[in-house]
Ligand binder design. Structure first.
Ligand code: C5P
Ligand code: C5P
Ligand code: ZN
Length: 480
């Protein structure tokens, strides 16, 4: 049964988070050293940093390892039974693998992906997952949110880590609803951050760098929603603003979004919506231009860390462009000038690469097949595996049907990112299950959430895999 924060699932979930905290504390007191394993996206890095901080405050020795994916091969490199291990933002879909490890009784899994139900009983470590309490891990709480609740179970003063839980939830796009705001457990965490004076919530245009960037650069760096012809193109953004009579300078000083009057903001929004509609962007997507903005009040003004959305983009950039250590350092509080300069340049590079990839797909009909029930994006030879997920998320927003993107990995496998609109997920299309089953049928692995999932499969299985996926989607749509 689907339960909500109001209907009681949250209380049991919270209780379980305290039990998992106790499990970790016991081992810390017994003198164990810890390995924290997390994923390389914004939610993964935020959750790794939350657990790292909490362990540091317990004075428990720990190291954080960032994984591209959880599989037997990567585990061989990082897992040892001699250390207690915390899997965060990963693990629930791999309980079979974890159960077979020696020392599994010293593993804690803090995750929000759909659990592998067949192995729940078998796993002897600690396991915290919102799905086990009727909550939805793709909308109610992120991996960072799960990690934060455990950190608070360890010590209430860890409430100062709440901003990271908000960053993680935004990174996982858990605010992708008609109001563009965080709900469920995330809303409870937002409230705690606000009450602690660490966060303020405002309603505004969702354009990155509201206070930090000249308005044309802010527009050009908007990736979700993707604005064809403007995202990634500062000159075109500049021309657009001048065509609608919005001055980009006040004397010699560049204006930011925060400097615009209400009337100018309204004009910008109306014109953007009309322009995007003329470029074929779905209306549901243009509505995503306005929503709640989460401002971190203790971060320096005029830095990307001030706005949770930009903070998340920065962590994604670090993780996906091969600098996960830099992302972890920032999330754990490193604010040295050199660090911040480096992250700013990684973020720039990331946005440029994404804009080029998206244009590369939408300009090339052979890469994007818009079929009746599904959109397929072929990224082979174009999209690097670490950027596939973000490209899939951005493109998917434009279609009222599932989107499957794939590319080749360095070692010749096929990596798949699948997205489904919320409406279809509510009607029973569960991408996480579809990916798990279709991948298994061709000897690969898959899983994830109802609206966002992925898989890694052998390249010889690609055709059969896609066929299975189409069958599953067809069956669910027919049933619904
Ligand atoms: O592994 P994890 O749960 O952290 O990642 C979820 C992924 O799904 C993120 O990359 C997020 O951006 C994506 N997502 C999406 N659309 C949604 C929800 C999540 O593309 N509605
Ligand atoms: O890689 P991508 O971000 O597209 O994956 C979407 C979601 O599916 C993420 O939450 C990711 O952790 C999850 N996933 C998974 N098992 C896989 C591949 C992806 O649980 N084999
Ligand atoms: Zn996550």
């Amino acid at each position: 049964m689907r339960r909500t924060v109001e209907s009681g699932g949250f209380e049991e979930f919270l209780e379980s988070s305290r039990a998992v905290a106790e499990f970790i504390k016991e081992r810390a007191l017994e003198g164990w050293s810890f390995t924290v394993l997390c994923h390389l996206d914004a939610d993964g890095l935020s959750s790794g940093a939350i657990v790292g901080k909490a362990l540091m405050r317990l004075q428990a020795p720990f190291q954080i390892r960032v994984l591209k994916q959880l599989d037997e091969r990567s585990l061989k490199e990082v897992y040892t039974k001699d250390r207690a291990t915390v899997f965060v933002d990963m693990g629930s879909g791999s309980l079979n693998i974890l159960s077979s490890l020696e020392g599994a009784e010293n593993i804690a899994v803090l995750d929000h992906h759909q659990p592998l139900e067949t192995h729940l009983e078998e796993f002897k470590g600690a396991h915290l997952n919102p799905h086990l309490y009727g909550l939805n891990g793709s909308t109610d709480v992120s991996g960072s949110g799960v990690a934060y609740l455990v950190a608070k179970g360890l010590d209430p003063s860890n409430v100062d880590l709440s901003p990271l839980a908000v960053v993680g939830a935004i990174g996982d796009m858990q605010n992708r609803n008609d109001e563009m705001r965080l709900r469920g457990v995330n809303e409870v965490i937002v409230r705690e951050a606000v009450e602690s004076g660490l966060l303020k919530v405002e309603k505004d245009l969702l354009i990155p760098g509201r206070e930090t960037k000249p308005i044309h650069r802010a527009l050009a760096s908007t990736m979700t929603p993707f604005i064809p012809g403007i995202s990634g193109e500062e000159d075109k953004a500049l021309a657009f603003l001048s065509s609608i009579g919005i001055p980009v300078k006040d004397g010699d000083i560049w204006r930011t979004l925060a400097d615009l009057s209400e009337d100018e903001k309204r004009r910008l929004l109306d014109n953007l919506v009309a322009y995007m509609a003329s470029r074929g962007v779905a209306q549901a997507e243009t509505q995503r231009l306005v929503g709640e903005v989460y401002v971190l009040t203790r971060e320096q003004r005029f830095t990307p860390l001030r706005d949770c959305r930009e903070y998340a983009a920065l962590l994604n950039a670090c993780g996906r462009l091969g600098k996960p250590g830099l992302g972890i350092a920032v999330a754990m509080g490193d604010r040295r000038r050199r660090t911040l300069e480096e992250t700013a340049s990684v973020l720039n590079e990331y946005r440029g690469a994404l804009a080029r990839l998206i244009e590369g797909v939408i300009q090339n009909p052979s890469r994007l097949i818009d079929a009746e029930e599904i959109v397929i994006v072929n990224g082979v030879g174009l999209i690097p595996e670490n950027l596939l997920s973000t490209v899939a998320s951005i493109l998917s927003a434009n279609y009222p049907k599932p989107l499957i993107a794939f590319t080749e990995t360095e070692d010749g496998m096929v990596k798949v990112s699948a997205r489904a609109p919320k409406r279809l997920a509510e009607a029973g299309v569960n991408m996480g299950r579809i990916m798990a089953e279709a991948a298994e049928s061709v000897g690969g692995v898959g899983g994830g959430h109802d609206v966002a999932a992925g898989a890694l499969i052998p390249s010889t299985g690609r055709g059969d895999f896609l066929k299975r996926v189409m069958e599953f989607i067809g069956e669910t749509v027919a049933r619904g």
